[in-house]
Design a protein around this ligand. Structure first.
Ligand code: GDP
Ligand code: IMO
Ligand code: MG
Length: 428
């Protein structure tokens, strides 16, 4: 089983960090392939809790090599502070590899992210303000700065000047902000160069060789399927491809090398930031999910919007990612409801719709069609096998599996590493 992708099947925060960490002990490489420090992946090991933003969750497994692929956007200040934070807690980070082709988030990208949001006013996306969109925009516009540019001062200076030429006009004339002095940015970036240098590598070569040698490589997505810039709820999305194809472009590995694609799926739904969300709850059930589920953003501290499970979305995730398995998380959070509504289809303009509509207008008008499933009251957090779950919890899982289009191979019953029920091994 040389290569697997693990990604978010909903709007992010499904529990990818926990799932990656769980497999980290048995894999050789864990690779982030897109996004940046907009992600917040929580890993709980014993009584220790880690919040990872830019670094792959495999960094907490001593035998595993963590890799930041070419598709990731790297804020060098965040990178160094995350590394030193882990070092202070006794985590060895020396094996980290960073692609020389990854793009850098500079201070002007975070500035532009924030002023653009302010300018959008009511129409804002609700970004994390980490400079993600402007950095990917520069990459596509071919005015980005890459990690490798840190090691050629003359090229770096030319590129920063070229990038700021246009941006300074926009900042000064449109946003009424002070222009940014290119030399200040160059010096800021050069200040990080030496500390980052030992990690910089040709990661596509290393990863392809590793797969060819039969090593196990796990690609860890940030965000989720519905936040994908192509397949998500555009424009309320992030600026990268968290879907499975993103692992190929964001790491330089061909699709023929990938054997398994695991969708991380919360037993209910959450979303942070603006955008449509058919099963969103505005009542006490929503509040209960938020409190019991601890649904507060790891990166921005914002409350997450909460709603019931949406099988239309899960089916869509199966389709656009070619999912082979699901890892269902946070089943324990649903303990205590007498009945649990599950969205099985939408009603759009009086018609029942079974698949996610491609039209933004239709999706904005989608009303959930619910089926009620019986709940359970027993504590399930100590369950170690599917058979140990109460009958109604088993039936809930089986119903979700049937509606979602791929087998549920693991179930999370708590945040800890060992609070997982394994049904089918991901590594066989
Ligand atoms: P990620 O961004 O997908 O890695 O997810 P986050 O870390 O942002 O949010 C998931 C939250 O749920 C974290 O606080 C995890 O510790 C927690 N978590 C993950 N799996 C489970 C589970 O099965 N049960 C419970 N109760 N919490 C979980
Ligand atoms: P993890 O990896 C949930 C959301 C933001 C906003 C939109 C665009 O922890 O699941 P951006 O800063 O990326 O330009 O913001 O995407 N968003 C996330 N929501 N989990 C995440 O990451 C997210 N990363 C970005 O809230 O709506
Ligand atoms: Mg998160």
């Amino acid at each position: 089983m040389p290569a697997l992708v693990l990604l978010g099947a909903q709007w992010g925060d499904e529990g990818k960090g926990k799932a990656t960490d769980l497999l980290g002990g048995s894999v050789d490489y864990v690779v982030r392939y897109q996004g940046g420090n907009n992600a917040g992946h929580t890993v709980v090991v014993g009584d220790q809790k880690y919040a990872l933003h830019l670094l792959p969750s495999g960094i907490l497994s001593p035998g595993c090599t963590p890799v930041i692929g070419n598709g990731v956007v790297v804020d060098p200040a965040v990178l160094l502070s995350e590394l030193s934070g882990l070092n202070e807690r006794g985590v060895d980070t020396s094996k980290l590899l960073i692609s020389g082709n990854a793009h850098l988030i500079t201070s002007y990208h975070t500035t532009i992210d924030k002023v653009t949001e302010r300018f959008l006013g009511k129409r804002k996306i609700g970004t994390t303000g980490r400079g993600i969109g402007p950095t990917y925009a520069d990459k596509i516009n071919r005015v980005g700065i890459r990690v490798q540019d840190l090691y050629d001062e003359s090229i770096l200076t030319q590129k920063v000047e070229a990038a700021l030429d246009f941006k300074n006009q926009v900042l000064a004339k449109l946003y009424n902000r002070r222009a940014i002095e290119p030399q200040r940015i160059v010096e800021e970036l050069l200040g990080y160069a030496e500390q980052i240098k030992p990690f910089v590598a040709d990661t596509t070569l290393i990863l392809n060789n590793a797969i060819d040698e039969g090593k196990v490589v796990l690609f860890e997505g940030g965000q989720g399927t519905l936040l994908d810039v192509d397949h998500g709820t555009y424009p309320f999305v992030t600026s990268s491809n968290p879907t499975a194809g993103g692992a190929c472009t964001g790491a330089g590995v061909g699709p023929t090398k990938i054997n398994r694609v695991i969708g991380i799926l919360k037993a209910y739904t959450t979303r942070v930031g603006a955008g449509p969300f058919p099963t969103e709850l505005f009542d006490e059930d929503g509040e209960k999910l938020r409190v019991i589920g601890g649904e507060r953003g790891v990166t921005t501290g914002r409350d997450r919007r909460c709603g019931w499970f949406d099988a239309v979305i899960a089916r869509y995730a199966t389709r656009v990612n070619g999912l082979t398995d699901f890892f269902l998380t946070k089943l324990d959070v649903l303990t205590g409801w007498e009945q649990i509504p599950v969205c099985v289809a939408y009603e759009i303009d009086g018609k029942r719709v079974e698949e996610l509509p491609y039209s933004q207008t239709d999706f904005h008008h989608a009303k959930p069609v619910y089926e009620m499933l019986p709940g359970w009251s027993e504590d399930i957090s100590k369950a170690k096998s599917f058979a140990e779950l109460p009958k109604n919890a088993q039936a809930y899982v089986k119903a979700l599996e049937e509606m979602s289009g791929a087998p549920i191979s693991a179930i999370g019953v708590g945040p800890g590493r060992d609070e997982t029920i394994e049904i089918n091994s991901f590594l066989s």
